[in-house]
Structures are given as C-alpha cells and as structure tokens.
Write a protein that binds this ligand. Structure first.
Ligand code: ADP
Ligand code: GLC
Length: 486
C-alpha cells in the first residue's frame, strides 16, 4: 500500500499546533506497524524552516502548478527515515514568520493560492500526470482545509484512481475565500454549487474536501458526533450528517519519542510512574526559572496554549486573584489574543512570585511546564482532540478539562467511585463559565493536597495507553476500508 500524507505542518520541520504533532508522529507510527506492508510519504510546502531541516535533499523535477513555477524535491525527516516530498517555490513559501500568517497574526492574503498549490500538487501526485510517475499512491490522507481542495481536483479534473481521506483537525478553520479565486485555482466553474465546492457563495477548501473525499475522519469519537450538531458544526453539520457513514473518529496518540518523562531531554531530571520523585526536582527548577516562589507545597497550575476563543482561557483572569490568594501559582505559556496576553501579563506583574506569563513559542518551556506543573488547565469550548491533556496524563500532571471532544474521550473525572475503581485521571469542569472553572480548580487543588489520592490519580493517568501504536492501527484499518470504497 502506498500512502501520501498531505499536510501544511509537521513537527519537527514546522509547527504551530497539534496538527504538526500529529503529522510528525502518525505517518511514522503507521510505518512502524508490523501490520503495515507498504510505504508512506509526507507532502509539505517548502517553508524556509522545512528546507533548512530536511535531510538528503534531492531535486526531482520542475513543474508549473496553477501558473506558479515549482520544484518537487524529496528528502527525509531530520529525526526519522520517513520520506518527505516538498514543494519548493520561494515566493509562495519562503517567508519569514508563520506558515499561515505574518508577524501580526494577519493571514497571508494569498493563502488560497499557497494552499491551492499544495492541494493541486497533492492531486497531481495521485494522477497519471504525476511528477513522480514511479510512485503513485493508492491512498491519500489530506488534513484540514489547507489540503481540502485535493479530493475535488482528483475527482473533477484528474479522474484519479487513488482513494482519498480528509481528516478534520479543526472545523473552525474552513479556508473560505472569495469566488473570484475560482479561475486562479483552476476549479471547474460548473461545480461551484451546493453539491460541490461552493459554501455561502464562497470557495470553501474544507467543504470541498468534506464533499469529495471518499472517507472522512476526525481526531476523536466524541468530536465526530459533535460536528454533526449545530453547536459544533460551524455550518457544516448538515453535510457532515449526510456523510456520517463515511466519518470515523480516531483519538490522537502522542509521540513517545518526544513526549516521555522518563527520557525527555528538555527536563533537568527524568521521572516515571515507578520513580516519580524527579517531578519534584523539575517543579523546583521551573519555579526558579520563572521567578516563582520556591515552594514544593504551592499548587503549580500549568497552561500551554494558543490563546483563542476555542481554548476558553478568557475565563481564567477574573478568578486568578482568588486562587492566588489561596496559594496557587500559575505557569502560563501562550500567545494569540492580545487582550488576553495583556491580562495575564498584568497579573504576572502584580503577583510576580505566583504568576509567570510567557508569550511566543517555546518548545523547551512547554515540556518543562508539562512536567513541572502539578495540574494542567484546559477549559476549551470545543476541542477536536487536544494533545496537552494527553501529555499531562503521561507526565503525572492531571488535566482540568471541559467534557468536550477529545478531552471527554481521554480524561476521567475524579469522584469517590473513580478513585475506588482506579479510573480517575483528572477533573471535569461542568460548564464553560468562570465560576465552574474556579470550583473545579479549587476541588482539584484540595484533592491534590492529599498525597495518597494525588499519587493514585497520577498513576492512573501515567498508566493510560496514549502512544500512537493503538490509534495508528485504527488509521490503517480505515485505509483498508477506504481502498474498498467504490
Ligand atoms: P491546538 O492544535 O488546537 O493548538 P493541541 O492541544 O492539539 O491544540 O496541540 C497544541 C500543541 O502546540 C501542543 O503540542 C502544545 O504543547 C503546543 N503549543 C501550544 N502553544 C505553544 C507555545 N506557546 N509554545 C510551545 N508549544 C506550544
Ligand atoms: C487541532 C485541534 C486539536 C487537535 C489538533 C491535532 O489543532 O484544535 O484539538 O488535537 O488539531 O489533531
């Protein structure tokens, strides 16, 4: 089986969020499955960071795609022998700042073209006109809106024999653009309609993928159900409901090569479920590094997140003074919403011994917060999967989460019953309000203070199977099912 995994970000080449973690880990995990007899390759745009980190670079050929001169190059991931196919076009992809937006967080205005080219190259690789004719995939897995047009090109233009899956990591980002892009994107105008790639009179990359892909997947079973409802469907619930037979929810795993407290090179001391004492050392070092009061008994609450409406962290600043007064400390790493960044910065200025706020993107600090914090806060309004709660579970940092999407599928609330049957792994916030968040944090802190119960909850979480091996097999089952579709 030949599989092409098309994505707009993949760790360690380039990362803005969980999609990169998944794209960096899943293809590798599938390749390692004893049940997988095949080859899997990653397709990604040639951002400067990608070109700088890729190993064994070879130029394959030059092609013209949507009127843009591109080179197709191949290489290997820096940390594995996974094959990578890269689209090189200096003007489109070699920009400073982010893969989707400039330094002020403003989307690049030519994103439709940049990801149209990505989608078009993906479809060409699956066609008789492939620039790599010796390697035509049997199946392509597309991810999110950035590769959403691929199945449309495959069906409408290429008459491709390759089967397609579109994986939804976040339905909130749809890639909807003005209809004037249709000709530049070389899309057949007659399919600009409801049964096609049109969505409220715009070209929708995501809707195109949802409509034309042979199978759909998303990153947790609960999110697969939620997105068929008005509350979580962002307008696409109707289409998703009609395609529900083709929709599978598979919970993400974590890359245990990157995220394992027993081997994590970012930590000053490693620890494991059997020898947890090192976690205390990491907490101490973290308090020191962040200028927080060095106090082993102060509950240290961790946050690593994009600061957007989705993540619900706007519920936190108003309740922090009360928690600070009760002795809690906060280690926050996050960027996005400028007002929220400012609120956290103000609190850090006001309470420097108890609040630390870091903006920007810091891989090293994120690992240390995950490992050194006592509890991890994630009050998401919706969460397709969420990876941080999985990292929290395996780092002995019980997550405090809302019961939505992948959070509901991976965290079990601590109650008398779940302590008794050894399933308690974290704390569920009943509703996305500041009051409910406050009550849950207070409940979690009280329970955390009891060393025996704390240890019990940590143990349950650290014993939970969160590696990719299990979910990778579910993707392979989905690949096999997809190959059988007509
Ligand atoms: P999402 O993809 O919606 O942002 P996930 O929980 O799936 O949420 O994944 C977020 C990933 O991004 C995690 O690996 C997390 O550690 C990382 N991350 C988020 N913000 C930062 C940051 N400021 N610095 C470093 N890593 C971050
Ligand atoms: C998205 C979602 C997040 C998920 C990640 C990887 O960014 O917001 O919940 O974990 O994709 O699938």
């Amino acid at each position: 089986m030949r599989v092409l995994f098309a994505t707009s970000e993949a760790y360690p080449l380039i990362k803005t969020g969980g999609l990169a973690d998944v794209s960096g880990a899943l293809p590798k995990a599938i390749q390692q499955l004893p049940t997988f007899d095949g080859e899997i390759k990653l397709l990604i745009p040639g951002y400067s960071a990608v070109l700088a980190k890729l190993k064994n670079i070879k130029v394959i050929t030059d092609i013209q795609v949507l009127n843009q001169a591109c080179s197709i190059i191949t290489g290997k991931m820096p940390d594995s022998d996974l094959d990578v196919i890269v689209i090189k076009n200096a003007y489109l992809y070699e920009r400073v700042d982010g893969p989707y937006s400039d330094e002020n967080g403003k989307d690049w205005p030519d994103n439709p073209l940049r990801f149209g080219v990505l989608s078009r190259v993906a479809s060409l690789l699956c066609s008789a006109k492939s620039p790599m004719p010796d390697w035509i995939p049997d199946l392509i897995q597309c991810n999110d809106w950035q590769t959403g047009l691929t199945p449309a090109y495959m069906k409408l233009i290429d008459n491709s024999q390759t089967k397609s899956i579109l994986s939804i990591h976040n339905l909130a980002f749809q890639g909807n653009f003005d209809a004037s892009w249709i000709s530049l994107l070389e899309l057949p105008i007659e399919h600009f309609k409801m049964d096609g790639y049109e969505y409220f009179n715009q070209v929708s990359f995501l809707k195109a993928g949802l409509f034309y892909a042979d199978q759909l997947s998303t990153v947790s079973p609960t999110y697969a159900k939620e997105i068929q409802t008005e509350t979580f469907g962002f307008g696409l619930q109707g289409l998703l409901a009609t395609r529900s037979n083709a929709l599978t929810g598979i919970l993400n795993g974590i890359d245990t090569q990157e995220w394992n407290p027993a081997t994590d090179a970012h930590l000053s001391k490693n620890f494991s479920n059997k020898r947890i004492t090192g976690k205390q050392t990491v907490k101490q070092a973290l308090q020191q590094q962040l200028g927080l009061q060095n106090d082993a008994n102060a509950p240290l609450l961790g946050i690593v997140s994009r600061l957007t409406h989705q993540k619900g962290l706007d519920l936190l600043p108003s309740i922090m003074p009360q928690l600070i007064q009760q002795g809690c400390q906060f280690a926050i790493l996050g960027s996005g919403d400028k007002m929220l960044e400012a609120s956290f910065n103000d609190l850090a200025e006001q309470f420097p011994n108890q609040v630390s706020m870091n903006t920007g993107y810091h891989e090293h600090l994120s690992h240390n917060i995950m490992a050194g914090a006592d509890l991890f806060i994630m009050p998401s309004r919706f969460e397709p999967c969420g990876l941080n709660q999985l990292y929290g579970l395996s780092y002995g940092t019980p997550p405090i989460v809302t019961a939505t999407g992948g959070l509901a599928d991976s965290v079990t609330d601590t109650t008398d019953a779940t302590i008794k049957d050894h399933t308690a792994t974290g704390f569920i916030i009943q509703s996305t309000t500041s009051t409910s968040l406050l009550l849950t944090i207070q409940r979690a802190v009280e329970i955390w203070k009891n060393k025996k119960t704390r240890r019990e909850i940590q143990k349950n979480g650290m014993n939970r199977e969160v590696s990719w091996a299990f979910s990778a097999q579910l993707y392979l089952d989905l690949y096999e099912k997809t190959l059988l579709t007509n």
